[in-house]
Ligand binder design. Structure first.
Ligand code: FES
Length: 73
């Protein structure tokens, strides 16, 4: 945001689903990815669930362009 990486803000560990978008991970949860992907900050990152991201496993905003919808979330 504003050209700066915002990290190290305290938050309880939580994974929640964004409406028609990514899995949101907050609270210093380590990503265990078999391909070795690491988020820029472990404090908060978003994982793709629409399968449209060009930067998997992370969300790159493609859900918006492909108009991803999940009627349950
Ligand atoms: S959920 Fe955002 S790109 Fe897939």
């Amino acid at each position: 945001m504003d050209g700066q990486l915002h990290k190290d803000y305290p938050h309880d560990a939580e994974v929640f689903v964004g409406k028609d978008r990514s899995y949101n991970v907050v609270g210093d949860i380590e990503l265990d990815d078999p391909d070795g992907s690491k988020p820029e900050t472990q404090d908060h990152y978003c994982l793709c669930r629409c399968s449209g991201s060009k930067n998997k496993p992370f969300c790159d905003g493609s859900h918006w362009y492909i108009e991803f919808e999940d009627e349950k979330n």
